[in-house]
Design a protein around this ligand. Structure first.
Ligand code: NAI
Ligand code: MG
Length: 503
């Protein structure tokens, strides 16, 4: 690690939060796991233990689902007006606004990301998502529909639709944007009047627990939001298979996404939305603004240490500009300082866990065995934290694992192309379809390629632009459904058609 100075300690508010007893939020109370078990939470920058949290399991999921069911059917939540729901969500956002620094510190310590990044990206985006969704609470409308009913000539009807909340929702989130993923999930569920059991990632439970405290402070009724810390194979699997859960919203690996679909199918056919992996193509056309495209390509893969489902992990560059672009991105990679998230000079923190560090490094080794070369980076950093150097691979082949599979680390494969017309097929040659980008000064070409790319998000002359109002989700095996925007709201409601005969 390049730093000789220690990272500054987190503020006293964060330290005293970490020192608390971290329990499960069920039915408006913080309670220990039924088993009494806890597990340790690590700081990935040095492998030290930050704190420990309750280890929720099937029994705790059962309790949380029962609390969510009670709150959905009988609680004050079910009688609250849309305006009151919206106000509570807005109040939560206001409370979060008072703790931006603390949330950024928690993310830096627990996930490893730079505090400076969390303070301007993760936390404000999470707050903005809640405000956006607070506005939706009062705008969830059905339609009136003129019906004809040809088999009852002369009869008159008044038909309309109601959009009603789906019910009790299980939400399972990953560790790459812990607070933001909690917001993406909770926001639309709260706006529509659902109740929730949130299972946070075992690697990064802390920011959601702090959010749970603010949810209590904002005054949400008991059982509306229940938060269970615990492992995927136990607590997560129990939630996915629970017969009284009406919907599961999941973000994580495609492998676990398939398990969730199976669990839903084998139990109560609960609704499922999924936001899964990606292997997103980032295309630099010969007429691109090259300095902007180079900076964009570096941001596309190195932002959040490449632990982004939409990371631009396949970089396609015309052969005539290939060396210049690769050198440019490599120069940016060399500038990035690896360090603990709490250090003000850190540009890239550690991978979230040793498992993730090992996974990324084993992908690198497989690429090298098959003939790929690293222009820059290519290995783990020799220190106690879980660091991997920012890496650019060249000399890859289309069938290599490093081209086909999601690495989820700071590793981009740069691939030259000759014929832009053949490029689209290559870019679309993936089981995934989460995001894609194209860099060009020709605006028609940009729009045309945006239509041709099979991805849920396409960026033209930019990368990693997110907004609470923009739907985000995947084509192909990158997922089902969309998060954010009004499409997320739709997916937390179901439509009821009501027909009244007029006499
Ligand atoms: P994962 O899919 O195992 O974990 C995500 C969440 O699912 C966590 O809350 C975990 O506890 C839960 N989970 C795990 N097994 C479960 C099960 N059987 N039933 C219900 N819930 C379960 O992802 P993991 O192992 O942390 O990372 C593996 C790979 O997944 C990464 O290398 C990356 O490729 C991908 N991934 C993608 C993410 C995305 O944003 N789309 C986020 C995290 C990981
Ligand atoms: Mg952690």
């Amino acid at each position: 690690m390049p730093f000789t100075t220690d990272a500054p300690a987190a503020g006293s508010e964060t330290m005293s939060f970490l020192d608390q007893d971290h329990q499960l939020l069920i039915d408006g109370q913080w309670i220990p796991a039924e088993s009494g078990k806890t597990f340790e939470v690590k700081n990935p920058a040095d492998g030290s233990t930050l704190t420990s949290v309750a280890e929720g399991d099937r029994a705790d999921i059962d309790k949380a689902v029962a609390a969510a069911r009670k709150a959905f059917e009988d609680g004050p939540w079910s009688r609250m007006t849309a305006s009151e729901r919206g106000k509570l969500i807005w109040k939560l956002a206001d409370l979060m606004d008072q703790h931006v620094e603390q949330f950024a510190e928690i993310e830096a310590l627990d996930n490893g990301k730079p505090k400076s990044v969390a303070a301007v990206a993760d936390v404000p985006l999470a707050i903005d998502l809640f405000r956006y969704m607070a506005g939706w609470a009062t705008k969830i409308e059905g339609n009136t529909i003129p019906i004809s009913v040809p088999y009852l000539p002369g009869a008159e009807f008044h038909s309309y639709t109601l959009r009603e909340p789906v019910g009790v929702v299980g939400q399972i989130i990953p560790w790459n944007f812990p607070l933001l993923m909690a917001a993406w999930k909770l926001g639309p569920a709260l706006a529509t009047g659902c109740t929730i059991v949130l299972k946070v990632a075992e690697e990064t439970p802390m920011s959601a627990l702090r959010l749970g405290q603010l949810i209590q402070e904002a005054g949400f009724p008991p059982g509306v939001v229940n938060i269970v810390t615990g492992f995927g194979e136990t607590a997560g699997a129990a939630l996915a298979a629970h017969p009284d859960v009406d919907k599961i919203a999941f973000t994580g690996s495609t492998e676990v996404g398939k398990l969730i679909v199976k669990a839903a199918g084998e139990t109560n056919l609960k609704k499922v939305t999924l936001e899964l992996g990606g292997k997103s193509p980032n295309i630099i056309l010969p007429d691109a603004d090259l300095p902007a495209a180079i900076a964009g390509a570096a941001n596309a893969i190195f932002f959040n240490h490449g632990q982004c489902c939409c990371a631009g992990s396949r970089l396609f560059v015309h052969r005539t500009q290939f060396d210049e672009v690769v050198e440019g991105v490599a120069a940016q990679a060399k500038e990035i300082k690896l360090g603990p998230g709490m250090h003000p000079e850190t540009g890239m923190g550690p991978m979230v866990s040793q498992i993730q560090q090992d996974r990324v490094c084993s992908y690198l080794e497989s690429g090298f065995r098959e003939g790929a070369q690293a222009v820059v980076g290519g290995k783990r950093d020799a220190c106690s934290g879980y660091f991997v150097e920012p890496t650019i691979l060249v000399d890859t082949k289309p069938n290599m694992q490093v081209i086909q599979e999601e690495i989820f680390g700071p590793v981009v494969a740069a691939v030259p192309f000759d014929d832009p017309d053949e490029l689209i097929a290559t870019a679309n040659d993936s089981i995934y379809g989460l995001a894609a980008a194209v860099w060009t000064k020709d605006i028609s070409k940009g729009h045309r390629i945006a239509r041709q790319l099979k991805a849920g998000t396409v960026w033209v002359n930019c990368y990693n632009i997110f907004d609470a109002s923009l739907p985000f989700g995947g084509y192909k095996q990158s997922g089902w459904g969309r998060e954010m925007g009004h499409e997320a709201v739709d997916l937390y409601t179901q439509t009821k058609a009501v027909t009244v005969q007029l006499h």
